[in-house]
Ligand binder design. Structure first.
Ligand code: PGA
Length: 254
């Protein structure tokens, strides 16, 4: 695995944890968090807890990530938050195009086409989520969906910046359902995403970090993470508990 593909385990808290709860999590989690200096670890708290997590983890390697952002730097966009605002409170990365944003809040590929370069320009690492629904998988449409999302969402990113992006393959049928993709299904889809990136630049494709997400837990992480193209995990529910999240990090292959 090249340097650029250090494993990344990212915990997406979604709309969970107040500031007090975030602080409590970190008090338990951070003391052991240095055990795997070979693994990058990120936490994606809700906007309101970003500053708490950034301040409490200052001086540690923990990466603080937002769960979304607006593509513009400022303006009349009620309810939105911009990349410079995130940077100011110590955020280093941002999840973009999570399926919950796409399905529940109307996030479009057109918006993502602007958000990904805007995040890069602001110095944030975009964690771009892609993945198919259950119906799409059953209809044999998984590759078509992934091709469309990868091509559309990365259309405005220059080839030489692609390795600065992290992609998360998250089959929608596996998110929050307990129906984890099998290691083979995850490996195949992620290898396909990497092949799509090769169309842009073979050298770059080899260096892009691609995560799996969807019902990852301490019990299934080791097998998923041992697949050759899987460079880490985006973890939802199981990242809310410091002990379980630590166990997933410990499951990354050495
Ligand atoms: P889950 O969520 O681990 O709870 O399935 C994953 C995600 O939505 O990123």
């Amino acid at each position: 695995m090249s340097n650029e593909r250090r494993p990344l385990i990212a915990g997406n808290w979604k709309m969970n944890k107040t500031n007090a709860e975030a602080a409590e999590f970190l008090d338990e989690f951070l003391p052991g968090a240095g055990d795997r200096p070979d693994v990058d670890v990120a936490i994606c708290p809700p906007y309101t807890a970003l500053r708490t997590v950034a301040e409490r983890s200052a001086g540690t390697p923990l990466i603080v990530s937002a769960q979304n952002m607006h593509e513009r730097e400022g303006g009349a966009f009620t309810g939105e938050v911009s990349a410079p605002m995130l940077r100011e409170v110590g955020v280093q990365a941002v999840v973009l195009g999570h399926s919950e944003r796409r399905q529940l809040f109307g996030e479009t590929d057109v918006a993502l086409q602007r958000k990904v370069p805007a995040a890069l320009a602001a110095g944030l690492v975009p964690i771009l989520c892609v993945g198919e629904t259950e119906d799409e998988r059953e209809a044999g449409e998984t590759e078509r969906k992934l091709r469309h999302q990868v091509q559309a969402d990365l259309a405005e990113v220059e080839d030489d910046r692609l390795t600065q992006i992290t992609i998360a393959y998250e089959p929608i049928w596996a998110i929050g359902t307990g129906n984890t993709a099998t290691p083979e299904q995850a490996q195949d889809a992620i290898a396909f995403v990497r092949a799509l990136l090769s169309d842009r630049s073979p050298a770059v494709a080899a260096g892009v970090r691609i995560l799996y997400g969807g019902s990852v837990n301490a019990g299934n992480a080791a097998e998923l993470l041992s697949q050759p193209d899987i460079d880490g995990a985006l973890v939802g529910g199981a990242s809310l508990d410091p002990g379980e999240f630590a166990a997933i990090i410990a499951a990354a292959p050495r």
